[in-house]
Design a protein around this ligand. Structure first.
Ligand SMILES: Cc1cc2nc3c(=O)[nH]c(=O)nc-3n(C[C@H](O)[C@H](O)[C@H](O)COP(=O)(O)OP(=O)(O)OC[C@H]3O[C@@H](n4cnc5c(N)ncnc54)[C@H](O)[C@@H]3O)c2cc1C
Length: 380
């Protein structure tokens, strides 16, 4: 039986970071045929590495603060600089490599990994059974069983549940998060983008661009909303969108009145066309049953109805799209110590999405992967 000091299961962002930050003898087991594959698709292929404004409020738990204090976005950028990865920030503080290429990030992480003599990588290796022994753990893949003193689970969201169960580690069920929402048919709206939409749901209140699809809505603000829905396990309901977040209701009413007064022969869709995308204007007027009305026949109540429909555009969401970026759920931070070691199952460490930490869009999830991987690596 081969013996290692450390076995890391999962060579994604957190597993790689962990392996790069320990001097112990490591076996890194990766189920797919290549390490770090998911990094390639992050940030639309550009890899949004982190964000200049990482705070606990961007995550599902304030407990994350304790860990971010150990390795924050500045330290991440310094670390990446040493690996030869230089970055720029966009206006929202999202950090991307200057190469604008997730490929280059993975290439340099992989290069650093391949120079580490203490790290042995096995791809196409998916352990079937992990077990606690009096002196550590055994990890059994098809054909081999390995022994180790310390085990790191870095399998990402929803992939490591079998190991958690085998080790009798409690976890919150994994649920997809950061994705578009499925809605009832958005007649005639596929492809329409509306910027400056205010989306409110319970304590969630954010303004951003919404992209309408044939049977769904998407965009960063919707992804961020989906994180809150997923954390609360809300799978259907009514959403109210303010399609003109920058314009107050009375201002809007005054604008409509001016347009109606000067353009009596316009249809109401034409009146609205100066305010929002024409497909959405048509859709809104149809919803109110006012498509036959001309501006000259419009009553005060019709105009107030339009204002209300613009400021409270309702959408029936009926599920999640299947383009999730992360999972909510996993092993709670309160069951882990400051080094991300499990409090009951000693010498078991967890990093990345397998921990119950999920952030909104903008580089926060990779930051958690780097932070958690670094902390575990440093403390093995
Ligand atoms: C399309 C997309 C875009 C994204 N863009 C961004 C972004 O721009 N910025 C950002 O911050 N976050 C982004 N994310 C989220 C980010 O990729 C994840 O939060 C991050 O990769 C999590 O790191 P991890 O190490 O926990 O898991 P992963 O990166 O998922 O790595 C887990 C690894 O474990 C391996 N594995 C799983 N099960 C086993 C097993 N049984 N045995 C062996 N190996 C196993 C997997 O193959 C994988 O390589 C994006 C995600 C997606 C899907």
């Amino acid at each position: 039986m081969e013996k290692y000091e450390i076995i890391i299961i999962g060579a994604g962002a957190s597993g790689i970071m962990c392996a790069l930050n320990t001097n112990r003898q490591v076996l890194l087991l990766e189920a797919s045929d290549r390490v770090g594959k998911k990094i390639l698709v992050t940030g639309n292929g550009k890899c949004n590495i982190t964000n200049d404004h990482v705070v606990a409020a961007c995550y599902n738990t304030p407990l994350v603060d304790r860990y971010l204090a150990q390795f924050n976005s500045n330290q991440t950028l310094q670390y990446f600089t040493q690996l030869g990865i230089f970055t720029y920030a966009d206006e929202q503080g999202r950090r991307y490599p200057l190469s604008n290429s997730a490929n280059s990030v993975l290439d340099l992480l992989f290069k650093a990994l391949s120079l580490r003599r203490n790290v042995k990588i096995k791809v196409n290796a998916r352990p079937q059974v992990v077990a606690k022994t009096p002196h550590g753990f055994t990890v059994t893949t098809e054909g081999s069983t390995y022994q180790c003193d310390k085990l790191v689970l870095a399998t990402g969201g929803n992939s490591g549940t079998q190991y958690l169960q085998q080790l009798q580690v409690a976890y919150c069920p994994f649920r997809p998060s950061l994705m578009g929402l499925k809605t009832t048919k958005n007649k005639g709206l596929a492809g329409v983008r509306v910027s400056n939409v205010r989306v409110r749901w319970r304590h969630f209140d954010e303004v951003g661009e919404v992209l309408f699809k044939d049977d769904g809505i998407s965009g960063i603000v919707i992804f961020n909303l989906s994180a809150h829905l997923a954390r609360n396990n809300i799978r259907a309901g009514k959403l109210s969108l303010d399609l003109l977040a920058g314009v107050a209701e009375d201002q809007l009413l005054a604008m409509l009145k001016i347009s109606v007064q000067h353009n009596p022969a316009y249809t109401l869709s034409e009146i609205l066309a100066g305010l929002l995308h024409k497909s959405l204007a048509r859709n809104l007027v149809e919803r109110l049953g006012l498509q036959q009305k001309l501006a000259q026949d419009c009553t005060e109540s019709d105009l107030r109805g339009l204002v209300n429909a613009l400021k409270n555009y309702t959408v029936d969401f009926i599920g999640y799209a299947d383009n999730q970026q992360v999972h909510t759920g996993g092993v709670d931070l309160q069951d882990l110590d400051g080094n991300l070691q499990h409090k009951q199952v000693r010498n078991l460490y967890l990093a990345g999405e397998v921990v119950n930490v999920d952030g909104v869009c903008g580089g926060y999830n990779l930051q958690w992967a780097w932070t958690s991987g670094k902390i575990v690596g440093n403390n093995l």
